[in-house]
Design a protein around this ligand. Structure first.
Ligand code: SF4
Length: 64
């Protein structure tokens, strides 16, 4: 499973980083979430799905 962020849509609330800091960081300068691990470790897939569902602007995009 791969994950990316649509940076045009991200509104920078940092929720993905709070839900799964192993995969999502936060860029304080750009005030946006960032993907730290494009290829998601299997044990973190559930959290990454939660982060995607919890993103208010649907900017967390998962490729199965
Ligand atoms: S949860 Fe969505 S809007 Fe919030 S920082 Fe992550 S990608 Fe951006």
């Amino acid at each position: 499973m791969k994950v990316r962020i649509d940076y045009d849509e991200c509104m920078g609330d940092g929720n993905c980083h709070k839900v799964c800091p192993e995969v999502f960081g936060y860029d304080d300068d750009k005030m946006q979430g960032v993907v730290l691990k494009e290829t998601v470790p299997v044990e973190l897939e559930g959290l990454v799905r939660s982060a995607a569902m919890g993103c208010a602007v649907a900017a967390v995009l998962i490729d199965p």
